[in-house]
Ligand binder design. Structure first.
Ligand SMILES: [Fe+2]
Ligand SMILES: [Fe+2]
Length: 351
């Protein structure tokens, strides 16, 4: 297959999702893609009102009724659309005004719902307050970012470990692209922090050490070839979607920088546990290098990100940006906890 994933392939993949959830919204997207494949140029944009009505009813079920199936449906749909900003795909969805509307409705509903749950949080407003607040928050996770990672390090079976990496692979976003998109419009010395991080993502110019390639080695070693979408929790898809969404929009820049800063801060412990768990299960150091390397590298990333991207801007602009960065941190905390809780619950439920 060329660098462009074929439209037919995409339609089949989306069909796989509908087959699992039997969901009208995903069916609708699949039909549009199928008609597009068959040469109907107007298929993606057609019947706008019908699609939007379907979407609103699904959003209501997802965010008011808290239906797990509807949350999965809207997040899989948003994922299909957001991915178009990151992959070389050309199937009519990326440029579609209707699909943009759909993507925005879903992600705004999720963001509003999450921000509403954070409205009573006390947020820092100065550089000093932010530093203290952030360090205190990180200290809460000093031992481990989540019990899931203690479980993976010490107790997970190979099947559970593989299952977790399968989910990670399914919602994985190439971090070099995230960094590339997040830094657009950033000027001055914070740009250099993005640049350093970007260089590390690209293995300091060694293609063998591109982080995506390194992660791919673990995925191959575990013989993960296709991922059944029914096996992926909506909370995991939502976690992936957040990164795609926040990095893409300039108006969400501060949330994104806070989100990524906190992600970097909790990665060393998390990845160290994943590496140690893999070693315990007999995986080689070579295939675990992605996780071993980040256990050290992200200590540096987290410090640089905090000082050169977050604190430097708070120093310059004050309370308004401090609060936005802090909300980004809290969003990451909330979204990742939701994902990790879901995985750990699945493991516990299967016992
Ligand atoms: Fe990385
Ligand atoms: Fe990093």
């Amino acid at each position: 297959m060329s660098v462009f994933e074929s439209v037919e392939f995409t339609a089949k993949r989306v069909a796989g999702v509908t087959g699992v959830y039997k969901n009208k919204l995903l069916d609708n997207l699949q039909k549009r893609l199928a008609r597009h494949v068959a040469g109907d140029e107007a298929a993606i944009e057609s019947d706008e009102q019908a699609l939007l009505a379907l979407l609103e009813s699904e959003l209501n079920l997802a965010f008011v009724e808290q239906s797990t199936k509807s949350l999965a449906a809207v997040h899989f749909l948003a994922n299909e659309l957001l991915r178009r900003r990151y992959l070389l795909l050309d199937d009519g969805l990326e440029m579609s005004p209707l699909m943009f509307k759909v993507q925005q409705r879903i992600m705004q509903a999720q963001l509003q719902s999450d921000l509403a749950s954070l409205r009573n949080e006390k947020l820092p407003s100065t550089e000093e307050e932010f530093k203290e607040w952030f360090n205190k928050k990180c200290a809460n996770y000093k031992h481990s970012p989540h019990p899931l990672f203690e479980y993976i390090e010490h107790d997970a079976s190979l099947a559970e470990y593989r299952n977790f990496i399968e989910t990670e692979a399914a919602v994985h976003v190439s971090f070099d692209d995230v960094i590339a998109l997040a830094q657009i419009g950033v000027r001055g010395s914070p740009k250099l922090e993005f640049f350093d991080n970007f260089q590390d993502e690209l293995g300091s110019s060694d293609p063998e050490k591109f982080h995506l390639t390194m992660f791919g080695r673990l995925v191959s070693a575990l013989e993960i070839n296709t991922v059944r979408q029914s096996d992926i929790a909506w909370q995991a898809v939502a976690c992936g979607n957040y990164m795609l969404y926040l990095a893409h929009f300039r108006s969400l820049y501060h949330y994104c920088a806070g989100y990524l800063g906190f992600l970097e801060a909790l990665t060393p412990k998390r990845f160290s546990s994943i590496a140690k768990g893999g070693a315990r299960l007999g995986l080689s150091e070579h295939v675990l290098a992605y996780h071993y390397d980040h256990s050290e590298l992200d200590v540096k990333h987290a410090e640089g990100w905090l000082d050169n991207i977050i604190l430097s801007e708070i120093k310059e602009k004050g309370a308004d940006v401090a609060r936005l960065f802090a909300l980004g941190v809290l969003l990451r905390e909330l979204v990742s906890k939701r994902y990790w809780d879901a995985i750990l619950n699945t493991f516990s439920a299967a016992k």
